[in-house]
Design a protein around this ligand. Structure first.
Ligand SMILES: [Zn+2]
Length: 365
């Protein structure tokens, strides 16, 4: 039985519910990134108030620190971080390609250097699943092999084949009945490789097939083309998770191509760099034009930051390196994304998605 039920279709955009062991998550949804068990500068209770139903944490990073023993001692990741809503865990396939772990990918898995004690260890598909089983997340992701952006087709072909082989091993190693398991389709910008991977994953039998390897430099048009190509070969009720995207226009574009869920550190990272989402496009709070401007960040936003603080005050906090600037700006950006998602859901339910998209895009520029 599928864990995903489509409720409204405003073709190809749709709303639905993802059924996890402990309940349901309304789709489409965006997951704030809690890599180490916390979303940067935002408390869990604020996420709850904003109606976020899910965050994504990183299995590999939690495994390194604080380590499984500490998290198991607390009763699992939910209890450790005191978050009773849903948690996805990323296997860490993305981190494993970063140079500072000195990774070496072989068919066995990825050999890497633990940055804390400099020991060399192997993260295999089986190990990655064992870690996620112990963390007790609601949705685990397979270990995939993601090449860096802009590689040769032969590199993407190799990684596609390896990702399929690793996915089989992840599936065989997965024993936690309370946890869904998603496969990840790789293949870069090559639609045929992505389709080959997605078909193979469907055959292995996952609760969902995600698309990985985005948010690292590809053109938006390529991403939408790949989503459309993969959706052609996936079952209609596959919950389509597009990993690593978090800008307002990308989320809107991906949903218009039938995507259901997303995660990205982009909104909070942008906030820390003073780049603010508004209904009229991005605003740079550090610019001198904001120095004496008593208007809110976004007149159309009803978050507490926009209700209580002026651009002038936020500009001052930002320019003087006050920590509260990061807290307030991060809150607004993440609220903006959640509000966008809610408006998208409503527009799909009312059969007005195309109209909503056009109107949002024309203002956002
Ligand atoms: Zn706001």
């Amino acid at each position: 039985m599928s864990c995903f039920e489509i409720i409204h279709q405003n073709s190809p955009a749709r709303t639905g519910v993802l059924k996890i062991h402990s309940g349901k998550i309304k789709t489409p949804f965006f997951m704030p990134v809690a890599t180490k068990g916390a979303v940067k500068n935002i408390l869990h209770k604020e996420l709850t108030k904003m109606d976020f139903e899910c965050v994504i944490s990183n299995a590999f990073i939690n495994y390194l620190k604080p380590g499984l023993e500490i998290i198991e001692n607390a009763g699992g990741l939910h209890k450790f971080m005191s978050w009773d809503k849903a948690i996805f865990t990323d296997s860490g396939g993305f981190q494993l390609i970063l140079d500072h772990f000195n990774p070496k990918v072989t068919n066995k898995g990825v050999y890497l250097t633990n940055p804390f004690d400099k020991s060399r260890e192997l993260i295999s598909p089986e190990k990655s699943i064992e870690i996620q089983n112990k963390l007790g997340s609601d949705v685990a992701m397979v270990l995939d092999h993601q090449p860096l952006f802009g590689k040769k087709r032969s590199d993407y072909l190799d990684s596609t084949i390896r990702t399929i082989e690793w996915a089989k091993r992840c599936k065989a190693a997965h024993k936690n009945k309370n946890q869904l398991l998603f496969g990840i389709a790789q293949g870069g910008n090559h639609a045929d490789l992505r389709q080959k991977c997605a078909l193979a994953l469907t055959k292995i039998g996952f609760d969902g097939v995600a698309l990985g390897g985005f948010g690292i430099g590809e053109a938006q048009s390529d991403m939408y083309r790949i989503i459309r190509a993969v959706k052609k070969v996936l079952p209609k009720n596959n919950p389509t998770y597009v990993m690593g995207i978090g800008s307002p226009l990308e989320i809107l574009g991906a949903i218009s191509n039938g995507a259901d869920c997303f995660d990205s550190a982009y909104p909070t990272r942008m906030a820390r760099h003073g780049k603010i989402f508004t209904s009229n496009g991005n605003l740079e709070i550090s610019k001198a034009v904001n120095k004496k401007n008593l208007a809110p960040l976004d007149k159309e936003c009803d978050c507490f930051v926009c209700k209580e603080y002026s651009r002038s005050y936020l500009h001052h906090l930002y320019k003087t390196y006050e920590q509260n600037a990061h807290i307030l700006l991060s809150y607004h950006n993440i609220y903006f994304i959640q509000n966008l998602i809610k408006n998208i859901r409503t527009s799909i339910e009312e059969g007005e998605f195309t109209k909503f998209k056009k109107s949002f895009e024309s203002k956002y520029k």
